[in-house]
Design a protein around this ligand. Structure first.
Ligand SMILES: NC(=O)C1=CN([C@@H]2O[C@H](COP(=O)(O)OP(=O)(O)OC[C@H]3O[C@@H](n4cnc5c(N)ncnc54)[C@H](O)[C@@H]3O)[C@@H](O)[C@H]2O)C=CC1
Ligand SMILES: O=C(O)[C@@H]1CCC=N1
Length: 266
């Protein structure tokens, strides 16, 4: 099996690094091309991948083609590849935010191509990602299963209705940035009170990592876990109330609102 990437920026590199970490396929079976030669040639050389000379060559040679170009350019690139897509019939996987299956189908000018819309997040690079998948009605179950297996190797997956992709994209695709922001805020607060920045960041990140693992493993919802940390008359409840007074929950929801609004606006 050969997996080809059109576009080799942050998202494609995260997927490729995750695949390599999991020894998912031989590095030479990963084909890459990007409009910026510096992106794909150096990355291919550093990781033993196969660089190819054009987007069309990726389609000609790969069994699965992952489109990881800016969302605004995705449809134009698909339309340019109609001839090659029709001839080779690879499984076409888009990671683009806000681009629908119907748009992908229309621009590929193919009624029977296997097409999937996915939304991974950057944590696939360390096989701790979260990826949503949905397939076009024309996609055979075995092709869906093959792509699901690929992303399952890079973390967790969820099959979602297409209408739920904007919410997922905000709460998972973009949210690593929001989680980093929270970790950085914790770390800076630690620095305010005299901790060294590197130590404060390590402490904050490990604390968030452990807390996330606890949420995933626990039968409790997060509020129940908050109560377990909040000793009566203690320090934590004072902090929780001050965070709420400062509007933490509203701030997070506003951030998600803005993220979804931007995706819908295109
Ligand atoms: N960065 C992230 O965390 C996530 C990104 N995505 C999606 O991934 C896609 C790519 O995003 P990033 O990797 O962040 O952007 P990026 O700017 O880092 O990478 C874009 C890549 O596309 C290439 N490219 C641009 N025009 C091209 C063309 N005509 N032909 C071939 N290659 C071309 C660029 O050379 C670059 O390698 C977007 O559609 C985005 O919505 C989805 C989930 C998460
Ligand atoms: O910022 C973006 O548009 C992409 C989509 C989800 C994460 N990054």
């Amino acid at each position: 099996m050969k997996i080809g990437f059109i576009g080799v920026g942050h998202m494609a590199q995260a997927i490729i690094l995750g695949l390599q970490r999991q020894n998912y396929l031989p590095a030479a079976n990963i084909l890459v091309h990007s409009v910026h030669p510096a992106h794909y040639q150096q990355f291919a050389a550093a990781n033993g991948l196969t660089p190819v000379a054009s987007n069309a060559a990726v389609v000609d040679q790969a069994d699965i083609v992952i489109l990881a170009v800016p969302a605004t350019q995705t449809l134009e690139i698909v339309a340019q590849l109609q001839t090659e897509l029709t001839a080779k019939q690879p499984i076409l996987v888009s990671v683009a935010g806000g681009i629908s299956l119907a748009q992908l189908q229309e621009n590929s000018d193919s009624t029977n191509l296997s097409i999937l819309r996915t939304m991974p997040n950057v944590n696939v690079a360390i096989a701790q990602g979260m990826t949503a998948l949905v397939a076009a009605p024309t996609t055979p179950e075995k092709d869906f299963a093959q792509v699901k297996q690929l992303f399952q190797a890079l973390g967790q997956t969820i099959q979602l209705a297409e209408k739920d992709f904007p919410a997922f994209s905000a709460v998972s695709g973009s949210a690593p940035a929001f989680a980093y922001l929270f970790i950085d805020a914790l770390s800076r607060a630690g620095v305010k009170y005299g901790l060294d920045k590197a130590a404060a960041t390590r402490i904050a990140a490990q604390t968030v990592k452990g807390s996330a693992a606890n949420v995933l493993q626990s039968q409790e919802n997060p509020w129940g876990l908050i109560d377990q940390v909040s000793s009566p008359g203690g320090t934590t409840v004072a902090g929780v109330l001050a965070l709420e007074e400062a509007g933490l929950m509203s701030a997070v929801v506003k951030g998600i609102d803005a993220t979804i609004a931007k995706e819908k606006q295109g």
